[in-house]
Design a protein around this ligand. Structure first.
Ligand code: ATR
Length: 275
């Protein structure tokens, strides 16, 4: 049996083993997929041990995605752009790194939620790894504009500066939350870690255009704080990051096994479990 695992800290809450087990059942692929807890200072050792024990690949989650990028010998262009790796593939010529988070986000937005992004005004909240991973694939959809807003304004400016040359046709700007006053957006994506503190980013009111979508990369039982705030603002189209989770998993599965699983049934089952 080919062995795979997700590695992180914490990891016990991870739904990836269940998702990949279902993908394997559905596609008839013979593999096992486990959850590995690595000590905060023991990521490299844990990866090496799993590889030597015959592991074929891993998913990497919080807080190790940057370390994983530093670890790999080769990586995909999208992993290099993100500066972060969420998927490792072990081969005869070393460790290959990919980042499927952005593709998962796009697949969820455009395919599952039927929200084409071309010509849309996008607001991306946050300037950490999650925002960084989503930036390039979002820009590739040719939105009318993409605004990066972050609590620490300097980090948003730095991120915008780093990506401007990737999409010269898209109006890419950066600011703090308060500077958003008076502006309106069609798609607002929360890529901050605020939900982990059970908080929503402190946004000015009136940001959502008619028919706007509020999207949180985080998920949980019921509305996240960000989605609850959007509901209070009268936003009817809201989605959490469960779809992104399943779609990034499917992209990893495709990289490892060469077959793309069907995500709809898996997402529906997870949704029922969280209800
Ligand atoms: P990740 O890799 O998950 O993006 P990160 O690199 O630690 O994690 O980045 C966390 C992001 O969430 C940052 O943009 C952070 O804002 P700052 O750069 O100002 O720290 C943002 N964040 C965390 N807690 C927040 C909160 N309570 N309100 C708003 N933004 C928050």
């Amino acid at each position: 049996l080919d062995r795979y695992a997700v590695i992180g800290n914490p990891i016990s809450h991870s739904r990836s083993p269940a998702i990949h087990a279902e993908f394997a059942r559905q596609t008839g692929e013979q593999l096992s997929y486990e959850a590995l807890l690595a000590p905060l200072d023991g990521f490299r050792d844990a990866v090496e041990r799993f590889r030597r024990a015959g592991g074929r690949g891993m998913n990497v989650t919080v807080p190790f995605k940057l370390e994983a990028f530093a670890l790999v010998e080769r990586c995909s262009p999208r992993a290099r752009a993100a500066g972060a790796v969420n998927t490792l593939a072990f081969g005869p010529d070393g460790i290959f790194g990919d980042n499927t988070d952005g593709a998962g986000l796009l697949r969820d937005l455009v395919h599952n939620l039927d929200r084409p992004l071309e010509g849309q005004r996008i607001l991306l909240l946050g300037a950490g790894g999650a925002a960084r991973g989503g930036l390039l694939p979002l820009l590739a959809e040719r939105p009318a504009s993409l605004t990066l807003a972050n609590r620490s304004v300097a980090k948003a400016h730095a991120l915008a500066a780093a990506f401007r040359s990737h999409a010269p046709d898209v109006a890419l700007d950066a600011c703090g939350f308060i500077d958003l006053t008076g502006r309106a957006f069609d798609v607002v994506i929360n890529a901050t870690a605020a939900s982990l503190a059970n908080e929503a980013p402190q946004l000015p009111p009136g940001l959502y255009a008619a028919n706007a979508l509020a999207y949180d990369m985080m998920y949980g039982r019921g509305d996240t704080p960000f989605l609850a705030a959007a509901r209070n603002d009268g936003v009817t189209q809201r989605a959490d990051g469960l779809g992104m989770l399943v779609e990034q998993a499917a992209e990893s599965f495709l990289l490892w096994r060469g077959v793309r699983p069907d995500t709809a049934a898996v997402l529906a089952a997870l949704r029922r479990q969280l209800a």
